[in-house]
Unconditional design. Sequence first.
Length: 567
Amino acid sequence: MDEITTKIRKIALQNAVEHGGKTQDKIVLAKILASEPQFRSRVKEIMPQILLVVSSVNDLGLEQQRKTIESEFPGLLAEKPKKEEREGLPPLEGAQHGSVVTRFPPEPNGYPHIGHAKAAIIDEEYARMYDGKLVLRFDDTNPEAERLEYYAAIKVGLDWLGIKFDRVKNTSDDIELLYKKSVELLGGNFAYVCTCKQETISANRREMRPCKCSLGQVEQNMERWEKMFSKYKQGDAIVRFRGDIKSENTVMRDPVMLRIIETKHPLLADKYRVWPSYDFAVAVEDSIDGVTHAFRTKEYELRNELYYAILDALKMRKPRVLEFSRLGFEGMPVSKRVLRPLIEEGKVSGYDDPRLPTLEALKRRGIRPEAIRKFVMSLGFTKADTMAPFETLESFNRKIVDSESIRLNMIKNPANIKVVGLPQTITVPNHPTKEMGSRTIQLDEGVYLEQEDLQNIKVGDKIRLMGLGNVSITGLGPQATARYAGDEMTSDIPKIHWVVQKTAQKIKILVPSQLFFGEQFNESSLEELNVFSEPYYSELKDGVEIQFVRFGYCRKDSLLQAIYTHR
Ligand code: ATP
Ligand code: MG
């Protein structure tokens, strides 16, 4: 009952202050039931309590109510009701409520990163905005790069972000259908099979010269198409779209639609050897999946002409393609192409190395999925390629973790001090304003302080050990000494944090920073701090967020290691 009385008092005081000094029992009851639903069946029990508290709070008057809040619930007045952070996305051209379909098409060739989060979140937000559908389509038509492990990692990452799909499929499910469409292209003379050498094809494309093969008749192409499944080997033949070899848009210079890849596919093994290219697969798949609005990053913009040309040739329904900017961070690569070699060369420890923008790494570092969503929404749907400051993501995250993080003391550069006259134990709250329980600390004479905190202290000075009380300094040097001087609050003395030496827990804190300065790999991008934490650290579960007092937020990675999240 005590705990609920405190809550009633807090709500009554806050509500009174917000309403000119008066609160009402019904309002307090409603608020209590909203935050403590377990009391819905116990209204009779708590109502007398509410009536009492409300009348005593109303008797205080506005000024006294304010003062009471400041002493009993410090920080409460500064907490403003939370405003919805979502900026909202601009309306979609041609979108009809109830019939919008978007899709997220990752290639399972690496671990998901925050760039994928941006794409998937925008896809999902638009689908929701129009009460539409979202499709997850693994774009898996390049067996050389794809691995089973990555399908799973992508799904795990998307689940962590809280993205809900209405349908999950693979492009490789539709391979037979893509063959049919290829035959249609060849039959309609919209495509041809080219058996030229790679160098010849490249040179001809560069010089805007048609290949011999493009002059072949439909029959020749059909024969060659059959041979792609038997006689031809990888590199011997490709299906090319008849674009415009003289086009200013190089993408249109008879691009590849299908090619032979003999590597085993992660799902289909060696069942197929002819694989559609990205351009061919994405256009056909978007169309048959019912996608109405297909988003992709800006560097694909030149491919739009091809996308529409393929669908025109096949007389298929055309989705609208829209581009947004690629998300990037200064000195932090957001691209599988750059990330993979870093991992393979051992420059970072793995896909969850805290310096990386992969979802695994962000999670391990203590970034919350809700913060990523807010961050992405705050950037909006823009085409401008700006580097987003990582600090913006951090500030969204800070707002979330602040109210959930236990406050603990931790000392980086210990200075020894011997304090006489301390009480045996003290009990301190785990959070200054939230109900997060408390812990009891066994005190002892030997205490660690931060060296720099002692720098400007003289013998005779008083300092406050936060949460514990005041001490008077009686000696300085390698073994400083002090005497406990009671718990009276004095505003003008330094307030510092401390750790009891006897029970201090030695842990390591990994502090990630920028991986690159320009092109240059930053060799000291992962700092390791050996520190002393309060022993309570060892009682916390792995994965919890902690605020080390006067240092910053960290996520407990293991018994012996934490990772710095941000300030
Ligand atoms: P990477 O360079 O990491 O390989 P990608 O574009 O090849 O990127 P895909 O798996 O093909 O990776 O991407 C799936 C979707 O995610 C695409 O729609 C792509 O446009 C989008 N995407 C990938 N990286 C970013 C990014 N940095 N910012 C925004 N969207 C991205
Ligand atoms: Mg790709």
